[in-house]
Design a protein around this ligand. Structure first.
Ligand SMILES: Cc1ncc(C[n+]2csc(CCOP(=O)(O)OP(=O)(O)O)c2C)c(N)n1
Length: 185
């Protein structure tokens, strides 16, 4: 299974009320194309989805905030995950789409294959961590996404996927429009 398919599957569990922050590059383009709009689609600003998601979750405590991030982005902003573990914001969830590469810029390898995401994130204080390797398993169990979206606790879902072979167009909104559209939703 590929990252784009995971994002399309996630859509089946959303109500449309969730606030979604997606990491720059392919992940944001997929979120723009496959999830309810408007959301926070990061452009250029690599490494920031988790810290922006945390800020949003703190400022909007009644809303569910879902961060969707590539592994390259997650690892670049890793120090912000320590703050997430400390803050224990129950309305925040982080979905890591791990294709072991910087796929957007030409599939250079990340260090993901050497990491144990579950242990790493638990060590940072996030107790609820689920992991699935969709390069081995054909189907994602529906329970996993159901729990991820609906259980009221801080969660990380780490999904290993194959590299996408679809190339979506850039998001047609300027970053200022992205901000304004999100603020006015
Ligand atoms: C600071 C910085 N370095 C590099 C880039 C170029 N860049 C844009 S997207 C991307 C890859 C992101 O990788 P990942 O989060 O794993 O997502 P994927 O592309 O695999 O979907 C890179 C290196 C950037 N925008 N900012």
């Amino acid at each position: 299974m590929k990252g784009a398919e995971v994002i399309q599957k996630l859509n089946e569990y959303l109500t449309g009320e969730e606030l979604i922050v997606s990491s720059n590059g392919n992940v944001s383009r997929q979120a723009y194309n496959f999830l309810p709009q408007p959301q926070v689609y990061l452009r250029g600003s690599m490494g920031l989805p988790v810290s922006i998601g945390l800020g949003l979750a703190i400022s909007q405590p009644k809303k569910k905030v879902i961060v969707i991030t590539g592994d390259g982005n997650f690892l670049m902003g890793l120090s912000s995950v320590t703050t997430v573990g400390f803050a224990k914001q129950n309305n925040l969830r982080i979905l890591i789409i791990d294709n072991e590469s910087y796929a957007t810029t030409g599939c250079q390898e990340t260090v993901s294959s050497a990491l144990n995401y579950g242990e790493m994130v638990k060590g940072m204080g996030i107790e609820s961590v689920m992991s699935i390797d969709l390069t081995k398993e054909k189907e994602m169990t529906s329970d996993l996404l159901d729990q991820f979206v609906n259980k009221e606790e801080l969660q990380v879902l780490h999904i290993r996927v194959e590299i996408d072979d679809i190339n979506l167009e850039n998001i047609p909104w300027h970053p200022i429009e992205i901000k304004e559209n999100f603020q006015n939703r």
